[in-house]
Design a binder for this molecule. Structure first.
Ligand SMILES: [Zn+2]
Length: 150
């Protein structure tokens, strides 16, 4: 038990430092990858399209998943005053209105109406990264570092 807890804490710490230094997971279409499962079997890829977030579902191999019964909610704003965003299903993706620069969006994904929700967070950080010149929410530095190491 203790071991598990330590591992979990280690992963959380890693996640936090990755955020602090930029460097995020990007998908096959250059979008930001969100974890929509506890076992890497479902992901969301967030891209920006005409002032909306378009979120496509991807499986464990980053292949497209057909949007059927899956559900998504999105909340933004600060803790004191959270604001629910209108999520639509359109052309096989979830469509969510864009938030203000720097704001966090909390997503809750369900495989279907009865499934347990999985929470994923995204900070819409438009600060330009000094490393890759992309906005931080789409920072490519981690991927490039990874390539260099291999
Ligand atoms: Zn970068």
């Amino acid at each position: 038990m203790k071991q598990n807890l330590l591992t979990t804490l280690g992963i959380l710490a890693l996640g936090a430092s990755a955020l602090a230094h930029g460097g995020v997971e990007l998908g096959p279409h250059g979008g930001r990858i969100l974890e929509f499962s506890k076992n890497e079997s479902m992901h969301g890829e967030v891209i920006m399209k005409s002032k909306e977030f378009h979120i496509a579902l991807l499986d464990k191999d980053m292949k497209a998943v057909v949007l059927t019964d899956q559900e998504l909610t999105a909340t933004s704003g600060d803790r004191a005053k959270p604001e629910k965003l209108a999520v639509e299903k359109k052309d096989g993706v979830f469509v969510v209105p864009v938030v203000k620069a720097g704001e966090w969006v909390i997503f809750q994904f369900r495989e279907n109406a009865k499934a347990k929700p999985v929470t994923a967070r995204l900070q819409y950080d438009l600060t330009v990264c000094g490393g890759c010149k992309e906005p931080e929410w789409l920072c490519k530095c981690a991927a490039e570092k990874g390539k260099g190491a291999k």
